[in-house]
Write a protein that binds this ligand. Structure first.
Ligand SMILES: NC(=O)c1ccc[n+]([C@@H]2O[C@H](COP(=O)([O-])OP(=O)(O)OC[C@H]3O[C@@H](n4cnc5c(N)ncnc54)[C@H](OP(=O)(O)O)[C@@H]3O)[C@@H](O)[C@H]2O)c1
Length: 247
């Protein structure tokens, strides 16, 4: 029986991915900043561990407690939507800390065991905004594009050891807490010069059109985990597939 460790399982894509693998008889290590086993079905194949990817000690403790892992999913992350000129550097640093450096640090902590065993998969969840320059996403997009960039190199470096690295690139998913969380991180001392652009982009975000479901992301992670022939880049969701030129 294989074991998957997923970050950011308190809600959204991480929670759905944990459920999806539990339903398919995997051992699941669902990690959360504030562990709450009640969000997932009871199972003797489920372990819930504390993990804040911003915190090196928390990463060390979670990896030690987890034991052998076959698939690592770096899903934890957040966004902030604001014109770049008005985006506080604190918010930019925060996104890089969690989305980029958290993903890098946890990957480094798990890789030695995958390499030693000669198999394993790292799945990094980034975003379909890396396909297009969407206004108000500069800091977030940069933090995710950096993950795309390092993962593409990682895939080359670990392939000789039987280890795979993949990117799952979701589109806009209104069903998760992502938009609320982004709003909380987007308190800007704004310049009125961008007000019309901000209104337009938010209207677009809220408008009709294809979206991504959490289930699409879980399915893409499943594909990365179980299909050695799948591509490195896996857009997830109808909108993401269209942006990737695949729909
Ligand atoms: N929803 C979208 O439209 C969308 C589109 C493309 C990509 N994504 C990406 O998909 C991933 C999941 O997002 P989601 O839509 O599922 O949003 P979500 O419901 O807000 O889930 C984000 C998860 O990340 C966790 N998290 C945040 N900072 C963390 C940290 N320092 N350490 C550990 N966990 C942390 C949150 O935990 P807490 O409960 O503790 O805050 C939560 O469990 C993110 O990387 C996001 O950037 C989302």
């Amino acid at each position: 029986m294989k074991t998957i460790l997923v970050t950011g399982c308190s809600s959204g894509f991480g929670l759905e991915t944990a459920r999806y693998f539990l339903d398919r008889d995997w051992r699941v290590i669902a990690t959360m900043r504030r562990p709450d086993a009640d969000v997932l079905p009871r199972s003797d194949r489920l372990r819930v561990l504390a993990l804040d990817v911003d915190d090196a000690a928390s990463i060390r403790a979670a990896v030690a407690a987890a034991g052998p892992i076959d698939v690592l999913v770096n899903n934890a992350g957040f966004g902030a939507a604001a014109p770049f000129e008005t985006l506080p550097m604190e918010a930019v640093r925060g996104m890089f800390e969690t989305n980029t450096f958290g993903t890098m640090a946890l990957t480094q902590a798990v890789l030695p065991q995958l390499r030693a065993r000669g198999e394993g998969v790292v799945v990094n969840v980034t975003s379909s905004v890396t396909y297009r320059p969407v206004p108000l996403t500069a800091g977030y997009r940069a933090s995710k594009a950096a993950v795309n960039a390092f993962t593409e190199v990682l895939a080359e470096e670990v392939a000789p050891f039987g280890v795979r690295a993949h990117l799952v690139l979701p589109g806009r998913a209104p069903e998760t807490r992502f938009a609320d969380s982004a709003r909380n991180h987007s308190q800007v001392a704004g310049s009125d010069a961008y007000a019309e652009m901000v209104r337009g982009v938010f209207a677009q975000f809220a408008g009709p059109g294809p979206v991504t479901r959490a289930r699409d992301v879980a399915e893409a992670v499943w594909r990365a985990a179980t299909d050695p022939g799948c591509p490195l880049h896996l857009p997830a969701g109808e909108d993401a597939l269209a942006w990737a030129g695949l729909a």
